[in-house]
Ligand binder design. Structure first.
Ligand code: CTP
Ligand code: MG
Length: 419
């Protein structure tokens, strides 16, 4: 056990010193009953993993919290990729740690990764992947107000029977006083840690965190739970979750574009860029240097392929265009190459909740001959964008400014998906 991901000083969140709420998402189980052949948190439901669905509402809470994600040791890297994608610029609030052999050991590993300033900790099962944000808010509010342990629970609707080993009914239990409890469960952090220490030899058999906490003599109250916070345990549960996810409305692009009407979270974008040849310039095209070729003029390096891709990505995400985002006179982009713009663009998209699906770009011009370096350009651009980029090239049959050899144009389309 132990944290592999420690945010750098630069990445450590600015809220790190001020937030008093931490959420531990335990996702280190094997998912035996689901039987998908991989750990449950990494199973895909409606196009995203259980883990992504589980952490998304936590990262969008109005008051930011610290998030600790506990995963199997061999999934630390994958979990980091997922968390970076979902968290975007809030990744500084996230820590990822390896779990233990049972759920309570995984919780303990998570407790060890909380910031010192955290006073209230929520423990949540990744398997309750559809838990709505309102439940986190309700539990946090009740914990703050009472200073007690807080668990969400729903009235039991089935009639409950106590039976003997042979299955014979001994008693009908009065269900009015029963609650089926869920997660997230909230506790004062120091008292929960102390309760875990006291119960160190019984961790494997504890049913939930609230039971350990109550056994240590602390009060725990039940607040109203949510049907959607059901636990995905069996294939039937997974099908139910997938159906519910399919019925959810499209998140509306807060940045622009108004309300979506369909269900798709996919958005396309287009970008065009043109630069004129200039005798005193070096040629940079598709992120590559072309030392033997005549260069193109421009405020940055004049790379129309990179700039058309940037415009297509920004247009797909509704984030403006290269001029409005990076400016045409900012000295930090003077002579900057395509990689600088592409990395910065990808970061902006991720911070706004978008991931790139793919990009296609076409170069229009007589020179340079592009085919010999196509694979090299595609590999570099795909790496920078974080998704496949295909590059094609054409001439215009000696017509127009490209045909006369005055300059080069590029046209790009991008597909992005809103998380
Ligand atoms: N969990 C964990 N570490 C473990 C065991 C479980 O973090 N060693 C987590 C699971 O990932 C899950 C939650 O505890 O989010 C509830 O456990 P459960 O639904 O039982 O999940 P699994 O243990 O993965 O499933 P199964 O019991 O079917 O193997
Ligand atoms: Mg289990």
């Amino acid at each position: 056990m132990g944290a592999i991901y420690e945010p750098s000083a630069a990445e450590e969140s600015s809220i790190g010193s001020s937030t008093t709420v931490g959420v531990i998402v335990v996702a280190a189980g094997s998912g035996t009953r689901l039987g998908a052949g991989l750990p449950k948190a990494f199973v895909a439901l409606a196009g995203a993993t259980v883990l992504e669905h589980a952490i998304d509402p936590i990262l969008r809470l109005p008051d930011p919290v610290q998030l600790v994600v506990v995963v199997p040791t061999d999934r630390l890297g994958e979990a980091e990729t997922i968390a970076r994608r979902v968290a975007g610029s809030a990744f500084g609030n996230v820590r990822i740690v390896a779990g233990g052999g049972n759920r309570q050991e995984s919780v303990l590993a998570g407790l060890g990764a909380l910031w010192p300033g955290v006073r209230t900790v929520l423990v949540h099962d990744a398997a309750r992947a559809l838990t709505p944000p309102v439940l986190f808010e309700r539990v946090i509010e009740a914990a703050r107000r009472t200073g007690w342990g807080v668990v969400p629970g729903l009235p039991v609707t089935d009639t409950i029977k106590r039976v003997d080993e042979g299955g014979r009914i001994e008693q009908t239990v009065d269900r009015a006083a029963l609650r089926a409890v869920q997660t997230p469960q909230a506790f004062p952090k120091d008292s929960l840690l102390a309760a875990f220490r006291v119960a160190a030899d019984r961790l494997a058999t504890a049913t939930d965190d609230a039971a350990l906490y109550a056994e240590a003599g602390h009060p725990v109250i039940v607040v109203e739970g949510e049907e959607a916070a059901f636990k995905i345990t069996t294939p039937w549960d997974a099908q139910r979750a997938e159906r519910l996810l399919g019925e959810r409305p499209v998140p509306t692009a807060s940045t622009h574009g108004g309300e979506g009407t369909g269900r798709s979270t996919l958005r396309t974008g287009i970008g065009i860029d043109v630069h004129a040849f200039a005798d005193d310039a070096e040629l940079w095209l598709a992120g590559l240097s072309w030392p033997e070729e005549r260069g193109l003029a421009g405020h940055s390096d004049g790379d129309p392929v990179a700039h058309a891709i940037v415009d297509a990505l920004l247009s797909a995400a509704g984030l403006g265009d290269i001029g409005s985002v990076f400016g045409t006179s900012d000295p930090q982009f003077d002579g900057a190459h395509g990689d600088v713009f592409l990395r910065a663009t990808r970061q902006r998209l991720e911070a706004s909740g978008f991931v790139v699906v793919n990009v296609a770009v076409q170069l229009v011009g007589n020179r340079p001959r592009f085919a010999p370096r196509r694979a090299e350009a595609e590999a570099l651009l795909s790496e920078l964008v974080g998704a496949p980029v295909s590059v094609s090239a054409t001439t215009t049959d000696a017509l127009g400014f490209t045909g006369r050899g005055e300059g080069v144009a590029a046209i790009a389309t991008a597909l992005v998906e809103r998380r």
